[in-house]
Design a protein around this ligand. Structure first.
Ligand code: ADP
Ligand code: ZN
Length: 727
């Protein structure tokens, strides 16, 4: 009889599977998705069983051992990972490892299962001596049972007393596992479903049908800001739970959306459903515990950022991708997957509906709807009284660049403050000023690793690189001419905050950007202060446009919209439209909001459409441009980035490579090689070749061909399929 063979993905940067023989002893217990250790060269390495089959195992080594009894992945999830490894051209073992919490994927992790003790009343029923003993025992008897961690909270140093109670059989003790709880907040007040608006009801009815059908169906819920998309999510998930299925909700950056998590908890926790969160803000231990709870089917709803698409839910009934247009769904390094796209694939594999939601859908999703691959559900108005805000473009032509706030905006701020309303000001650039300039000789300061100008941060007195985090203290004197007039040029949020404080001395001002929200809880504190109207003017980067609902905000000002519009990226218009529409939606959640967008290009269609909040006409214009140039969603891209030391060498390697690709006669357009927009990054020189194809298949063939080409030592090649950022 042929032997049992296991195909293994080892946790190493290798694209292929390796086959091992399964011994008679392991054969009855080994399963796909299980963690194993296998001999590899002279070492033993960890890996995962991808498939089992019968064959001749003569020349094969044996699987050394199983890591645990339970598989880490079920079949659909395993298939999803293998598919993703193939599609994104990333080593399959590393994909699988990335899908696991760090504690399970790495060998030297120190995170383990936390232990706790559970105490219950024992055989002896009379009263012990000693007041402390009596007090503790009384507590356990009344509660029926209590954990050590609980008793520690309630009583000081109970350990020795408990030991005594156990040894005298007043109490019994069992060892249990303690879960780390990422919800540090207090219990939340329960709420109940709202009566849906007509539009919400129509959308909900469709989704309910789809949930009941338990088959794959993709939906786009396109609803203007404040239209009540979240309420539709909540009620649809309630249907999923009724079917004894689970919901997976992806959000762009969960640390920034405490309100959303709060709404899910309020709706479902009181009803006895269990919610787990998964995101990068958790400690390794918290992640590990969340993941294991999900894996053992103790969880009904998972809310998480990008990587939660790999959460090991086995009764998945619905996947929601909130704010599906957000670029943070795409992982920017290593395994460069897009969680939104994988959500659609996972929905297909497990046969459940997938709901993408946004006020400003990605062009790709709108295109799918237009071509009938996805069903569109629309919420065209706000859920309660509040009308959409009035948006006005303020033409900056003729205004001095050093004047950051137009007269018009200043007047509106004054008016809003007098009316006791809150104001939000968006400037999409953090730091004090984008560069420091010597007024005598024109010297500026660049990052030694990346060669881009260093941003000046005044409060911490540093010049910082926003790409690699290099930081130095700014010199007192110009290193070139020894002059003393080093001056900050241009504006970042830190400087805006200072400027606003001078213009509006009575206002309470705060800033929200990466620099002020680095510490745990800092972002939440700002949100709380905004909600409580303890802040009059909130200054910030695009972070302020995301996921909050501040009822007191009546005015939103956008300061340098041209900076977004003029990014060297074919998606610049889409980004600008989406950012401006989203931030505009933050105004007047309770009606009568006003938005001023300052710009030097008031005629640009992205701004005009954002001003009228007219997605349809933005799409109509933007898609023409994409079709004309063959850019996504009208075409498909892959970016090949070569990096290494030595400028000429990297370029030469890329040129040879491009010549190889050209020689295939493929229909794929081969653009470049050309230096990456960020030519030097973290000390490496980088050159890219952009592949553009009308047909996905042709692109795939060319990439398959490229795989066979050996990149010379000293230069590395990174492939980014469906790139979002091409810096
Ligand atoms: P979105 O997610 O589309 O931006 P939200 O779900 O946050 O919108 O809803 C905006 C506001 O409208 C919230 O305060 C929400 O409680 C309220 N809301 C949503 N649906 C309804 C409804 N059917 N009736 C009354 N208020 C609603
Ligand atoms: Zn740098």
């Amino acid at each position: 009889m042929p032997e049992l063979i296991a195909d293994i993905a080892v946790f190493a940067p290798l694209r292929q599977f390796f086959s091992y023989r399964v011994s008679a002893e392991l054969a009855p217990v080994i399963r796909p998705g299980q963690g194993v250790r296998v001999p590899f060269g002279r070492r033993r390495v960890a890996g995962l069983v991808v498939a089992l089959r019968r064959g001749s195992g003569e020349k094969l080594k044996d699987v050394a051992e199983l890591q645990a009894e339970e598989p880490l992945f079920d079949q659909p999830l395993l298939e999803l990972c293998c598919w993703a490894a193939d599609y994104y051209r990333y080593p399959v073992g590393l994909v699988l490892r990335a899908a696991l919490p760090a504690a399970l994927g790495s060998e030297d992790s120190r995170v383990g299962i936390l232990k706790d003790f559970l105490y219950r009343p024992g055989a002896v029923s009379e009263r012990p001596r000693g007041a402390k003993q009596q007090e503790l025992l009384e507590f356990v008897r009344t509660a029926g049972e209590a954990t050590l961690s609980r008793l520690r909270l309630e009583f000081a140093a109970p350990h020795a007393v408990l030991e005594r109670l156990v040894s005298q059989e007043y109490l019994t003790r069992t060892e249990i596992e303690r879960l780390r709880d990422p919800f540090l907040s207090d219990p939340i007040k329960a709420d109940s479903p709202l009566v849906l608006t007509t539009e919400q009801q129509i959308a909900f009815d469709r989704l309910q049908q789809a949930v009941e059908a338990q088959s794959f169906s993709p939906f786009l819920l396109q609803g203007v800001t404040g239209s009540g998309k979240t309420e539709v999510y909540l009620q649809t998930i309630a249907e999923v739970l009724k079917q004894h299925k689970q919901g997976l909700v992806l959000v762009p950056e969960i640390a920034l959306t405490p309100q959303l998590v709060g709404r899910f908890r309020a709706r479902f926790e009181a009803a006895g459903y269990r919610i787990a969160v998964l995101h990068s803000g958790l400690s390794d231990g918290e992640r590990f515990d969340s993941w294991r709870q999900i894996a053992r089917d103790d969880i009904d709803i998972v809310i998480g950022a990008r990587s939660a698409i790999f959460a090991p839910l086995q009764r998945l009934g619905l996947i929601i991708v909130d704010e599906e247009h957000e670029s943070s769904y795409k992982q920017g390094e290593g395994f460069r997957y897009n969680a939104r796209d994988l959500a659609l694939l996972r929905g297909q594999k497990v046969a459940c509906p997938v709901l993408l939601g946004s006020a400003t859908p990605s062009l790709g999703s709108a295109f799918r709807c237009a071509s009938g691959q996805m069903e569109k559900l629309e919420l065209s108005r706000r859920a309660h009284a509040g009308e959409l805000p009035q948006v006005e473009l303020v033409n900056l032509a003729g205004q001095a660049p050093e004047q950051l706030l137009s007269e018009r905006l200043q007047l509106e701020i004054t008016a809003a403050l007098e009316a006791k309303k809150q104001v939000m000001l968006l400037l999409n650039r953090r730091g004090f000023s984008p560069f420091l300039l010597c007024a005598d000789c024109g010297q500026t300061f660049r990052c030694p690793n990346c060669e881009i100008t260093l941003t000046y941060h005044q409060k911490v007195r540093q010049l910082r690189c926003h790409y690699c985090d290099y930081a130095v203290e700014p010199p007192e004197q110009c290193p070139r001419c020894e002059g003393h007039q080093l001056e900050p040029e241009g504006f970042g949020t830190e400087r805006l905050e200072e400027e606003i404080a001078q213009l509006f001395p009575a206002a309470r001002i705060a800033r929200m950007d990466r620099d002020t929200t680095g510490r745990k809880g800092a972002h939440q504190k700002l949100v709380r202060q905004m909600m409580a109207a303890e802040i009059d003017i909130l200054v910030g980067t695009q972070m302020i446009a995301k996921g909050h609902d501040f009822p007191g905000v009546s005015l939103v000002g956008v300061l340098a919209s041209d900076a977004v519009l003029n990014l060297p990226d074919f998606r610049a218009a889409e980004r600008a439209f989406s950012l401006l529409t989203q931030v505009a939606g933050r105004a007047g959640r309770t009606g009568g909001g006003r938005v001023l967008i300052q710009t030097y290009s008031p005629d640009h269609y992205a701004l005009q459409c954002a001003a009228t909040q007219d997605y349809a006409s933005f799409y109509a214009q933007e898609i023409l441009f994409r079709q004309e140039l063959g850019y996504p969603p009208a075409g498909h891209l892959a970016n090949l980035v070569f990096s290494g030391i030595g400028e000429g060498r990297v370029l030469k390697v890329a040129e040879d490579f491009a010549a190889h690709l050209l020689a295939t006669g493929s229909s794929v357009e081969i653009l470049g090689p050309s230096p990456c927009p960020l030519f030097r990054l973290r000390g490496k020189n980088r050159v890219q070749i952009l592949l553009k194809s009308a047909k996905r298949q042709a692109l795939k063939y060319l990439l398959d061909y490229a795989d066979q080409w050996k990149v010379p030592a000293g230069v590395s090649l990174m492939v980014d399929v469906d790139p979002l950022d091409m810096f």
